[in-house]
Write a protein that binds this ligand. Sequence first.
Ligand code: GCW
Length: 680
Amino acid sequence: ADSGYTAWLSYPVLPQGNAYNQYVKWCGAVKVAEENDTVQAALQEWQRGIESMLGIKVSSKPDGLCIAIGTFQGGNELISGVFAEDTLAKVGPEGFAIRSSEENDCIAVGASSPAGVLYGVFHLLRLIGSLQSIEGLDEVVNPVNGLRMINHWDNFDGSVERGYSGRSFLYEDNRFTRDLERIRDYARLMSSAGINAIAINNVNVHALETLFISKYLPDVSRIADVFRLYGIKLFLSVNFAGPMHEGEVGTADPLDPEVRKWWQSKAAEIYAAIPDFGGFVVKADSENRPGPFTYGRDHADGANMLAEALEPFGGIVIWRCFVYNCKQDWRDRKTDRARAAYDHFKPLDGKFNDNVILQIKNGPMDFQVREPVSPLFGALERTNQVIEFQIAQEYTGQQRHVCYLVPQWKEIMEFNTYAKGEASPVKHIVDGSLWGNRYSGIAAVSNVGNDKNWTGHLLAQANLYGYGRLAWNPELTAEQIASEWISLTFGTDPVVSGVISRILLDSWEIYESYTAPLGVGWMINPEHHYGPNVDGYEYSQWGTYHYADHRGIGVDRTVKTGTGYSAQYLGSNAEHYDSLEECPDELLLFFHHVPYTHILHSGKTVIQHIYDAHFEGAERAAELLSMWTSLKDKVAEGLYLQVENRLKEQAGHAKEWRDQINTYFYRKSGIEDNSERVIY
Ligand code: GCW
């Protein structure tokens, strides 16, 4: 347990007291009537959790109070006795109902599907693990988002693109793992957080991975079997040029009948092996991946061709919108990478088949610590869409720095697009309610690897857990999610909870303040993206510039004098961002090029803000470490040390960031820090 492997399913022993007594009273016995594998998995989880948290044995022969678990049709008379007809009607395909019934001597967890049973059991375990009352429960809980997906960027050779937690636990040396136990534990973790879809291979599909839909199908199918137990559908990333790659067709032109036939028969083969296969994830015409552009076709042609192949089997195509010119000339100030997704996909709105979902990164660039929300949210009125977050901390400290991302995701989900009147937040586009989409939801790039604790930094587990919880219910607050995760991982000591909560909740702001000021981004080392390098991407082909000179800094994305990106937003958002006066400070340099002496809403000049933020940020990073050390005797030693080590590195590294950024801008601007601190 000291390694972090059991994560938020550690089931720490609960303290004696009223809550404990209440749990013991009800949880001594459990009644399950179904043989279904998923229901049985739920039962096992229940026993494991209760026995560990309460230190009691759970009997399966109730006489007296008990917990009843099962589907509504599963033949458990306790379940059918407890729930009224109208309750049943409210429970969706993945939802559950839970009711404490004194007259029936039981607390019943009922659902319409086995997966719902599992979610219900995890819910009840979570209540107990965070010392909440289980008496008087009477609720129906349904997930808000249909698709709650994880994307792995794992490669068959065992490497993980942007992986910061060791190697892959899915593959090693071009073989599928034989450690199905670990896959099962992973599925348990994911299901307990509410995840129902996982794409197991990198969106950059290399040569051997292209064969996952053919030669390696039996291996894929073994993973799908494990996922299925936990209500998770398996997806694969596919190579758009697959038909050529396998040498069977000479082209990948989506309008070529041979190509269409090829994909159709592939789909049939896949579904013969994996009847509940989820579908394809596709990165096309992006960063040198093949796609429909080669044949003069558009992305609707490409996506629809695949969609047609999957439709008869109920499969879906998740088509990524991360399409931009990655061979830009840095001298050219007209081309703007931020515009690209909108420019490519807005004109195609309404042209995609019903089983295509566009997957849109949360921001217009690429998972920076601060970006505006992608203007595609709000612009696509007749297209299924999911938002893509990155749990992996590619640009937010690579799981060596702590950066709890749930507050960032919350902010994005709450962003008002004005797409359909005053209240059109991203979360209502994402959950499908704003436009009434057939499919919708959330996807995110995984942050797990084969490190014993899954995520490298133990505190990065909070992002994985938090992502799932937020995908299930975007109304949960970042504080609630943090506090759940802390109890389930470390136990219920309020002192521990208070400290870790603060560390998590402050961490994004702290990371932003010693790295990227005012929305500027990309001041990192090329390729691996770790650590400061102000001009690392300034003269590159990637479209990622800050344009700092001796007078000022920032990208002019206004309509009059800049790239016109600000006009991709709707209503007052467009005006806000376009206006130098109204643009919020934290995004100022994303939208405007200003002199260092420009005065922010905060009253500081831009240059003074840069100095202050970096000095303060590095100081606060050091404080994170001292906060953590106050927990030395309160957290299991193994867990304690893991975090201590990472926070030490962070504190040191934050100083490096501080000094490089401050020195760079001091030398460029020649303007002194008004507090006369040391700048080199
Ligand atoms: O964030 C960038 C990464 C690439 C990645 C790409 C993408 C999988 O630097 O490594 O490729 O985005 O999202 O496709």
